[in-house]
Design a protein around this ligand. Structure first.
Ligand code: NAG
Length: 276
């Protein structure tokens, strides 16, 4: 499981948890240089000797989302049936979910402590217990009920919302390829939004966080060079002046804090909630 999720989780950390991305990113750059030396297909986006992971091709410029335009995008292949299911709130609350109880958790799932699963779970717990970054509200939802409670707590109880996500309209396609914007993207103003990203765990766990700010959300139809179609959800952060200069988005888009919006497509395992 861990190896299957490795690129995805790396991506999520880079998109949403800037600090950890830095550390992970450096480690991965070292690994890539060590393991994949001379292997050109993994050295896409090499600039000034800097290796950018192929998975980092989710960022785009605000003016890229124009009908007919081609964008290089990484959408990981996804076997939906392999995604762990949600437990009910009762079930999930009966299982420990904290780093301090990690030995009990491993025992419960019968994973050896040196297994890849254990590593991935430890990382998930670590990020669930990390303090929110400035201005962020977050939870790790271990059930659908707790996810919806969080959404209601952010938007106000009883408020209506809509959910957006990225969907593959056709099944099989190459993860990294050029996509053509096929329809005029619909632009959805999002003064407030909650995005939830799946983390690796034996049952469904989503890292949900609320962001207020200068954002615009898009839905658009993309068609890959191989004909694969993706109904994609994307977001543009219009004001990046407070961001860490080392954010992966700046590196991929070759820009800097405050100079330009940073936009990215959502991976297929994320849910975006917007007030209606
Ligand atoms: C994407 O398109 C660009 C520009 O046409 C091209 O240079 C690049 O090789 C393409 N990449 C892939 C993975 O097809």
């Amino acid at each position: 499981m861990a190896s299957q999720f490795a690129p995805l989780i790396f991506l999520l950390y880079c998109l949403f948890l800037h600090q950890s991305c830095l550390q992970l990113s450096e480690a991965r750059v070292r690994n890539l240089q060590k393991e994949e030396h001379g292997d050109d297909h993994l050295r896409l986006g090499v600039e000034n000797g800097d290796v950018i992971d192929p998975e980092m091709n989710v960022f785009f410029h605000h003016n890229d989302l124009v009908i007919g335009n081609r964008i290089l995008i990484y959408f990981p292949r996804k076997d939906r049936s392999a995604s762990p299911r949600f437990l009910s709130r009762e079930e999930s609350e009966s299982i420990p979910f904290s780093r301090s109880q990690f030995p009990e958790i491993l025992d419960f799932f019968k994973f050896p402590s040196d297994s890849e699963q254990a590593e991935a779970m430890k990382m998930t717990l670590h990020h669930c217990e990390a303090k929110p970054i400035k201005g962020e509200r977050k939870i790790c939802a271990t059930s659908l009920e707790s996810m919806l409670d969080f959404v209601q707590a952010v938007f106000g109880s009883g408020s209506k919302f809509q959910v957006l996500n990225t969907e593959y309209l056709t099944e099989s396609f190459s993860p990294l390829q050029n996509y053509t914007v096929r329809e005029d993207p619909s632009e959805i103003p999002a003064p407030e939004l909650v995005s939830c990203h799946r983390l690796p765990y034996p049952y469904a766990v989503f890292y949900c966080h609320a962001q207020a700010g200068d954002t615009v959300v898009y839905k658009d139809l993309l068609e890959g060079d191989d004909g694969g179609r993706v109904d994609s959800a994307a977001i543009c952060h219009m004001d990046t002046s407070e961001w860490d200069p080392k954010h992966a988005g700046f590196r991929v888009l070759n820009t800097r804090p405050g100079a330009a919006p940073v936009c990215h497509f959502f991976p297929v395992d994320s849910l975006v909630f917007i007030p209606k």
